[in-house]
Design a protein around this ligand. Structure first.
Ligand code: AMP
Length: 361
């Protein structure tokens, strides 16, 4: 089986690594060859809107997937006749636009923060009139890891937020006073088989995922609800592949923030912490293989290395630590360079170990 992967970042790299034992070969397409994926599999370089080059690349594979969410959907559509594309471009299109995404959630009965589209300054005034402050103004498209966002804590912040983001297509969201953030990583296969990992608890710093603990504590009823929400999205698209949904927990209830139609950073713990990793299950799902068990092997913690990698020697001195270095050639502030995971027999032992991992960041 040959899987064509558009985007050769760390997600693509981990997909390829999980495919080798199964005899599944991933090939990449990205702008540059010296990428995390390009270091572990064959890579074709080209622009993301070069439809002819993408078609040549796609035609060689049995199935096409992507590790990057901002691929122009208009470049994927012409490839649909050449090779199956999973997850479906229709789901990707919605996930690329925060307004379409929140509207989908609302249509499916999935709770969201109050939201309103904002194109003009007068729209923002009207949105704040209706939703109130505090809130967050976000670009509808191309925002990730906290980029393209401005917090409006009080009305006097409006000018600065508008100066930062005005002119783009925006969405204003009410600020959720959440007690914690959870995410569900789930998968649906071409055979219609569905599986979900235990909810994970995430901590973000400056809008970027800093750490994940999984399974999250106290999730029995939340797990059922989260799975119901994800299944609603699966049913809408007859979705195939891994899908991640991020939630706030407020007053004990789940409020959906966003979804990612791909393997997700908050699922990296599954490589060592679950029976089958999210990467392997994504490949199984899109190639028509039976899904693997999503059960946890213990209590896992994951920390991201953002902007700086720790010394390998120091990291590996932490007992039980699994290090993942994405092989990026340049460290930049805010750039995810690697992560570490640890699996412990109890939640308490996991939290003690997590404190040691945190010191490496
Ligand atoms: P996002 O890019 O939408 O995932 O936002 C990044 C992070 O900003 C989230 O994980 C939250 O910690 C925070 N955030 C985003 N939207 C909201 C909101 N409506 N209310 C409170 N915090 C938010």
């Amino acid at each position: 089986m040959k899987v064509a992967v558009i985007g050769a970042g760390q997600l693509g790299r981990m997909l390829a690594l999980s495919g080798y034992p199964l005899g599944i070969r991933c090939e990449f397409y990205d702008r540059s060859a010296d990428t995390p994926g390009g270091q572990v599999g064959p890579i074709t370089t080209g622009e993301f809107d070069d439809i002819a080059a993408l078609a040549t690349f796609a035609a060689r594979a049995d199935v096409l997937t992507f590790d990057w969410e901002n691929i122009p959907v208009s470049a994927l559509q012409p490839l649909a006749g050449l090779v199956p594309i999973y997850p479906q471009p229709a789901a990707l299109e919605v996930a690329q636009d925060r307004l379409l995404e929140k509207t989908l959630f609302r249509d499916l009965g999935i709770p969201t923060p109050p939201f309103a589209p904002v194109d003009l300054r007068s729209d923002l005034e009207a949105a704040i009139e209706r939703i109130g402050v505090p809130g967050i103004l976000k670009t509808r498209r191309l925002g990730y890891d906290g980029k393209g966002q401005a917090r409006i804590m009080k009305r006097s912040d409006i000018d600065a937020a508008w100066a930062q983001l005005g002119g783009e297509s925006l969405i204003y969201e009410g600020f959720v006073r959440f007690s914690r953030e959870l995410s569900l990583v789930a998968v649906r296969s071409t055979r219609g088989e569905v599986a979900a990992y235990p909810l994970a608890e995430n901590v973000h710093k400056n809008g970027i995922l800093a750490e994940t603990r999984a399974p999250a504590a106290r999730i029995t009823t939340l797990q059922r609800t989260a799975e119901k929400y994800v299944r609603a999205v699966f049913d809408r698209y007859r979705y195939v592949g891994v899908l991640a949904m991020e939630f706030f927990v407020a007053d004990g209830k789940l409020i959906a923030n966003e979804m990612a139609p791909r393997v997700h950073n908050s699922g990296h713990w599954t490589i060592e912490g679950a029976q089958t990793s999210q990467f392997e299950n994504h490949l199984r799902a899109i190639t028509g293989l039976p899904l693997g068990s999503t059960a946890a092997r213990g209590h896992a913690a994951m920390v991201n290395f953002v902007g700086r990698m720790p010394s390998t020697t120091k990291a590996l001195a932490v007992a039980g630590l699994h290090l993942h270095d994405y092989g990026k050639n340049e460290a930049r502030p805010g750039r995810k360079l690697g992560h570490a995971t640890l699996v412990a027999p109890t939640a308490r032992a996991r939290d003690t170990a997590l404190a040691k991992m945190r010191r490496l960041t």
